[in-house]
Structure formats: structure tokens, C-alpha cells
Design a binder for this molecule. Structure first.
Ligand code: NAP
Length: 347
């Protein structure tokens, strides 16, 4: 596909932590061209290079530097609106774009649990896209909303999905160690997080408990096993670590669980999706992996790394998992969702 025939897209919340990742990952994308960068009134009218306090290690893409920030209102040429908006404002803005005929691909929590909105991990529940048809009627104009999960949930649901399919999860307990970038910019004050762990992230435990069941269920009925989450903020820049214990209906062994996790592949492999990792889950054998610094960029940040698959004396099986929170847990996930939408004819 030649450059000028790429699908025009907008980024809502383009100046934030997720927005910057979207700008970076969409630079030179084969299917999408960034046509609009939008943010709050504080940024509107300023060139992106001034409005965004860029903090990614790679340089700001040159296409974005001189683009003026637009208000988050429809009215420009964009078929897809990627949303990295603050949750306090995302709900009604995303609805406005859906009403205006846009495919809204959102990172925000606001519409994730709406029964008619897919909460998508393409490798796990692409069949939930069937919910879109009813949305097109609701919003008129052909628009709709698709969401990706909370940044910790995606690591949990993606790693648990093959185990649930193979053995049937009955109960699951997860403890998280979550990176600072998960709180956006400027996020947690340095005096709060340096030399410290904060055992509370507002709303995070509830999101992990409910979103995991929605993803692992059918389009209209969530899965029904018990999930208990405890979430902590730790002094890591990027990469959320999860310690998972679970009980399965059909007894299994660490060896068998490892095989199931390793063999897990997406059924979407033939679609040629640019952001689909070859391996959704990488299982490490070393006793001290996964580690955020070493493993977060696995599969260009889109692969969840699992390690330490072993017996749990209480629930049966336990493992550690690591997910890059702003790539697989946010921007990369929403780009993959948009790619699936295009490949399946929804755009
Ligand atoms: P952030 O760094 O605080 O960025 C928020 C963005 O929203 C900025 O672009 C900001 O623009 C814009 N915004 C704020 N108020 C606005 C308003 N009234 N009107 C229009 N735009 C407004 O937050 P973030 O970490 O990127 O998170 C963005 C969303 O993704 C949140 O809903 C978050 O829960 C979700 N999420 C984040 C992560 C992560 O790892 N960080 C992972 C998954 C999901 P200005 O710069 O102009 O203020």
C-alpha cells in the first residue's frame, strides 16, 4: 500500500504517556497515517514539539514535530481515533467521535465494561468483535468503540487464556508490581516512590478482577471464576510484573502448563497484521526471569514473558509474568486492535 493511500487516523491525548507511544509506534506505519494530534485546551494551537514533554528514549518522529495540536472534537479527516485520553474526560469525547462515524480505539477505562463494547486482546477474543454491528446502529454514522484492557489485565488475561482453554481456571490470585509510567506523566511524585513501594493503585484491582472475566468469557457472557488482585506501584520505569497462582478444574503439571503456554499462537497469523507478535507468550526457563529491564521489549514490546511455572501448594499452579505497560498494555495493543479492524473489513 503506497503512503498516500494509508488510512488517516487521529490521536486523542497525543501529548500524554500513551499518546507519545502512539505517535512513536505509528511513525511509518504501513496501514495508518497520522492526520491529527489532539489534546486539551492547554495544548491546542501549539506545535506538537512544544506541547508534548517528550520522554521516550527514541527521538520524537519528525512528522509530528510541526503538527499543531487540535481540540478533541470531530471535524477533521480521520477514520480511526486512537484514544489515550485521561479517564476523567475520555467517556463523552469517545462517544462524540463514534457518533461522528469514527472507529474509536481506546486505551481508557470508560467504555471497557459496557456490555456492547469489545474489550479486545486479538489473540484471545477476536470473536467479541461481533458486538460492533449493534454499536453501528446505536451510534449511527458507522462509528463504534473498541477498547483494550488495563495494562496489568492484558498480561494476566493473555497468559491465563491458554490455561483456561486447556484446563478451565476455577480460582486465580494475582499480585502486581507495576511500573511508574503506568500512572502517566508526571505520575507518582518522586518523593513518594523513591526507596518505596505503594500498595495501592486507585481502581486497579477492581479493573483486573472484572476485565479478566470479560475477556476470557464469550462476547455476551463473562467467565465466572473467582479472581483476586492486589496491586502495587514500584520503582520501575516500564514493565508490570505479575505473580499469579491459580486452580484449574482439570489437574495439570508445570510441564504441561509450560507446553500449553509455549504452543499458544494467534489464529490471526494469516492476516499479516504489522503489530502481531510472532509469539504472544514467551516462556523462559531461567529461575530469575522475567525481569522488566531484560524482558519488557520481547516481541517489540508486544510479547508477554512468563517464567517460574511451578507447583503452588495452595492452588496448584503458579507463575510470574511481565508485560510492557505502555506498548502491549496500551498503545501497541490499540494499534493491533485497529489492524484487526482493518483486516476484518470494519474500517
Ligand atoms: P497522561 O500522560 O496523563 O495523558 C493524558 C492525555 O489526556 C494528555 O494528552 C492530555 O492533554 C489529555 N487530556 C487531559 N485532559 C483533557 C481534556 N480536558 N480534554 C482533552 N484532552 C485532555 O495519561 P496516560 O498515562 O497517557 O493515560 C491515558 C489513558 O490511557 C488513561 O485513561 C489511562 O488510564 C490509560 N492507560 C494508561 C496506561 C499507561 O501505562 N500509562 C496503560 C493503559 C491505559 P494535555 O497534555 O493537553 O493535558
Amino acid at each position: 500500500m503506497s503512503a498516500d493511500r494509508r488510512i488517516p487516523v487521529a490521536i486523542l491525548g497525543a501529548t500524554g504517556a500513551v499518546g507519545q507511544r502512539l505517535v512513536s509506534l505509528l511513525d511509518g506505519h504501513a496501514w495508518f497515517r497520522v492526520a491529527a494530534l489532539c489534546a486539551s485546551e492547554r495544548s491546542v494551537g501549539r506545535p506538537y514539539e512544544e506541547a508534548a514533554r517528550w520522554f521516550l528514549p527514541e527521538p520524537m518522529p519528525s512528522f509530528a514535530r510541526g503538527m499543531d495540536i487540535l481540540p478533541c472534537r470531530p471535524g477533521f479527516d480521520a477514520r480511526v481515533a486512537f484514544s489515550g485520553l485521561d479517564a476523567s474526560v475520555a467517556g463523552p469525547i469517545e462517544e462524540e467521535f463514534a457518533r461522528a462515524g469514527c472507529a474509536v480505539v481506546s486505551n481508557s477505562r470508560n467504555h471497557r465494561m459496557d456490555p456492547g463494547v469489545p474489550l479486545l486482546i486479538p489473540e484471545v477474543n477476536a470473536d467479541h468483535l461481533e458486538l460492533i454491528e449493534a454499536q453501528k446502529v446505536k451510534w449511527r454514522g458507522g462509528g463504534f468503540i473498541v477498547t483494550n484492557p488495563n495494562c496489568s489485565t492484558v498480561g494476566l488475561a493473555l497468559s491465563a487464556a491458554p490455561l483456561h482453554r486447556a484446563f478451565g481456571i476455577e480460582r486465580l490470585v494475582v499480585t502486581t508490581l507495576q511500573a511508574i509510567s503506568g500512572a502517566g506523566y508526571p505520575g507518582v511524585a518522586s518523593l513518594d516512590i523513591l526507596d518505596n513501594i505503594i500498595p495501592y493503585i486507585d481502581g486497579e484491582e477492581e479493573k483486573m478482577e472484572s476485565e479478566t472475566l470479560k475477556i476470557l468469557g464469550s462476547a455476551n457472557r463473562p467467565a465466572s471464576f473467582g479472581v483476586s488482585a492486589q496491586c502495587h506501584r514500584v520503582q520501575v520505569s516500564d514493565g508490570h510484573t505479575l505473580a499469579v497462582s491459580l486452580e484449574t478444574a482439570q489437574r495439570t503439571t508445570p510441564g504441561e502448563a509450560t507446553r500449553v503456554l509455549r504452543e499458544f499462537r494467534s489464529s490471526l497469523g494469516s492476516l499479516g497484521l504489522p503489530s502481531l507478535p510472532e509469539q504472544p507468550i514467551d516462556v523462559r526457563d531461567e529461575a530469575d526471569r522475567p525481569q522488566p529491564r531484560l524482558d519488557r521489549m520481547s516481541g517489540r514490546g508486544m510479547t508477554v514473558t512468563v517464567g517460574r511455572v511451578r507447583p503452588c501448594p495452595v492452588l496448584g499452579l503458579k507463575y510470574a509474568a511481565l508485560v510492557h505497560n505502555t506498548i502491549r498494555g496500551a498503545a501497541g495493543a490499540s494499534i493491533l486492535n485497529a489492524e484487526v479492524l482493518k483486516a476484518k473489513g470494519y474500517l
